[in-house]
Write a protein that binds this ligand. Structure first.
Ligand SMILES: Cc1ncc(C[n+]2csc(CCOP(=O)(O)OP(=O)(O)O)c2C)c(N)n1
Ligand code: SF4
Length: 283
């Protein structure tokens, strides 16, 4: 346990459960950067937004992320964070419901809930922390493991293509979408701010460094600083990517704000309207 007085960082002092520090995360894990992005976003959004925010997370290293915040947080079953968050938002539409999930948690075991949350356009902010594999259980292949990559369960190289999450959620009906890496700190923080204020389903994918597994197995770069350098060198902004061929984009992370729609009605608004209609019929 780290004595409170030793934990000087202003955001940590204000927002974190410093009494349970240090983190369970490995040294150099990018989840610490994601925590800081979230806290900085709320520092800029203001106390009122923070006070009406509830976090929900699934199981996985990523699922621990909001548990260090001094706010209500529900740590739910693996893959079920969005199902829990949907019920929470439906019963308390006044809350900001922010869900933090790993790539396996959101797209693997929880993939169905992700598609339907986007289809309903429910006003939840989903922060999807992608480290290209399942980390908590030891580095197995996930739906974002690059083709050809070696993991604990693909020792001869992954033969499966991975999801294009942004396209998948766009087609399903999400209304705010962005993808960044931990290298794109300011952009990701700004997207989190936009997503929290957005009426409708918002997903931000943040590719982060897991030096313990992805660094060693997939990128052959166990040093987290080298992983961030790799993110920097291998990220292409959306606008630039539009003029490149599929071969030029192979293995690259295409970053940017993918979608910001305001033409679809949010789910809990439709739910309230339905309730009013039902009441009008004396039921
Ligand atoms: C129903 C269920 N199946 C499997 C597990 C085991 N399990 C715990 S975490 C995890 C994977 C987490 O991977 P991801 O969501 O990518 O998060 P990361 O740890 O990589 O951040 C698995 C398979 C579980 N806890 N519950
Ligand atoms: S295993 Fe990877 S994702 Fe999990 S805490 Fe360690 S570095 Fe982070």
């Amino acid at each position: 346990m780290l004595p409170e007085a030793e934990f000087e960082h202003v955001l940590a002092k204000k927002y974190m459960r410093t009494e349970i520090m240090p983190h369970a995360f490995c040294p150099g894990c990018g989840l610490g950067i994601i925590e800081r992005m979230i806290l900085m976003a709320f520092e800029e959004l203001g106390q009122e937004e923070w006070d009406r925010t509830v976090f929900v997370s699934g199981i996985g290293c990523s699922g621990w992320t909001p548990l260090y915040f001094r706010r209500d947080a529900a740590h739910t079953l693996h893959g079920r964070a969005l199902a829990f968050a949907t019920a929470l938002k439906a019963s308390r539409p006044d809350l900001n419901v922010v869900v933090v999930m790993g790539d396996g948690d959101s797209m693997g075991i929880g993939g169905n809930h992700l598609i339907h949350a986007a289809r309903r356009n429910i006003g939840i902010t989903a922060i999807i922390a992608t480290n290209m594999l399942y980390s908590l259980t030891g580095g197995q292949m996930s739906p974002t493991t690059p083709e050809g990559a070696r993991t604990n369960t693909t020792p001869y190289g992954n033969i499966e293509p991975n999801f294009n999450l942004m396209e998948l959620l766009k087609a399903a009906g999400a209304t705010y979408l962005a993808r960044w890496t931990t290298y794109h700190f300011i952009q990701a923080k700004n997207s989190i701010k936009k997503a929290v204020k957005h009426k409708g389903f918002a997903a931000i994918e943040i590719v982060f460094q897991c030096p313990t597994y992805a660094g060693r197995y997939i990128l052959n770069r166990p040093d987290p600083r080298d992983m961030m350098q790799w993110f920097k060198e291998n990220s292409i902004p959306l606008g630039v990517a539009k003029n490149k061929s599929p071969e030029e984009l192979r293995g690259k992370i295409i970053v940017g704000e993918y979608l910001h729609r305001t033409d679809r009605k949010e789910y809990t608004e439709r739910l309230r309207e339905l309730e009013e209609r039902a009441k009008g019929k004396g039921r």
